[in-house]
Design a protein around this ligand. Structure first.
Ligand code: FAD
Length: 316
């Protein structure tokens, strides 16, 4: 069975959800192996095996994460050269897309980014991409080399499937070119205790309709264990950080449930959330364009509707 590599996305050994999703996809294509770069590989190995990694390639030299993404592409390329996998799956975030591009050049392979589905087809690895900020769906087949596919978070439901998870060390010396940009400082954002916007299963977003008071939005989000998003109008007004902006010039999210409160539904906002599985809007204007794409709409004042909804969720 063909080998399929998954680049592990982790925080100090703690596996991010995107990795379990990629391993779930990898199992449909062939035999999944994980490529782990960084320290604490032993912690990660157990989780990787739980989600189906037959083998875990480990690069844990201290220089692994001291530089920007070039070393990761070089390390991955060394495994690709050795294993000739059918595909390499990478999370489709900004670092992942750069790694995919660099890996494509190094291995002369076809690259697809922003994939939402990946299957084994008669002519090779077939992908479904969500492009132009989610307004088009494109099917493409990689015809050259190992298919390098960056997959959007939340594209599949995770299914555990225990496997061996045997460890194999990656033995390479990073080139000077890979070490051309060194990280001099890396400060994590102060944690809100909420899930990361692009990984969250539920996102509750507020817009100009909040008038700057995100309290009801945050309380409803917290009752659901959701991430908080914001429209650009809310961000431009300084009510919420840009890191939480959803849309064309913000983040693209595709959660199971997206709740838009006090957001009109401009095309640029839709571009970041219209692939959400279920969309709910709360808006006091029944003519608001957001109602054109919702599954459920509430015409009402968010300051009345959200506290009521929070109470109901808390009681449930
Ligand atoms: P508005 O359009 O002002 O809508 C506010 C809504 O709240 C209205 O529908 C109103 O009826 C409702 N409302 C008011 N009070 C209440 C209440 N008490 N209860 C319930 N409802 C209430 N926008 C993004 O969001 N993300 C982007 O990434 C983005 N990128 C852009 C890129 C470009 C190049 C450009 C030109 C624009 C971009 N925009 C983006 C801006 C976008 O065009 C809209 O201006 C913006 O999305 C509007 O935000 P909003 O819906 O919060 O505000």
């Amino acid at each position: 069975m063909a080998e399929v590599l998954v680049l592990v996305d982790h925080a100090g050994g703690k596996i991010r959800k995107a990795t379990a999703e990629l391993l779930t996809i990898a199992r449909r294509l062939g035999e999944p192996s994980a490529v782990y770069i960084g320290p604490n590989a032993e912690t990660a190995q157990v989780t990787l095996a739980k989600y189906g990694a037959h083998k875990v390639y480990v690069y844990d030299a201290p220089d692994a994460l001291e530089y920007l993404v070039a070393p990761q592409a070089e390390i991955l390329a060394s495994v690709v050269e050795k294993a000739s996998p059918l595909a390499v799956l990478i999370p489709s975030n900004s670092a992942g897309k750069e790694i995919a591009a660099r890996l494509g050049i190094r291995t002369e392979s076809g690259v697809i980014t922003d994939a939402v589905d990946v299957v084994a087809g008669a002519e090779g690895v077939e992908t479904t991409q969500s492009v132009f900020a989610g307004s088009y769906t494109v099917k493409a087949t990689v015809t050259k080399g190992s298919a390098i596919v960056a997959v959007k978070p939340n594209s599949v439901a995770i299914e555990p499937a225990p496997a061996a998870g045997a460890v194999e060390k990656i033995d390479i010396t990073l080139s000077d070119a890979a070490k051309a940009a060194k990280i001099t400082e890396s400060k994590p954002k102060e944690s809100t205790g909420r899930p990361e916007l692009t990984e969250a299963k539920i996102v509750v977003s507020g817009g100009r309709g909040t008038g700057g008071d995100f309290g009801p939005v945050e309380e409803f989000a917290d009752s659901l264990g959701a991430a908080v998003g914001a429209s650009r109008a809310a961000v431009d007004a300084g009510w919420y950080p840009h890191s939480n902006q959803v849309g064309q010039t913000g983040k693209q999210v595709s959660p199971q449930l997206y709740v838009a409160a006090g957001i009109s539904g401009a095309i640029q906002h839709r571009a970041g959330m219209q692939t959400s599985k279920t969309i709910v809007a709360i808006n006091k204007d029944e003519e608001a364009p957001i109602f054109e794409l919702v599954d459920f709409g509430v015409v009402g004042d968010l300051f009345t509707v959200l506290p009521q909804a929070t109470e109901v969720v808390k009681k449930a």
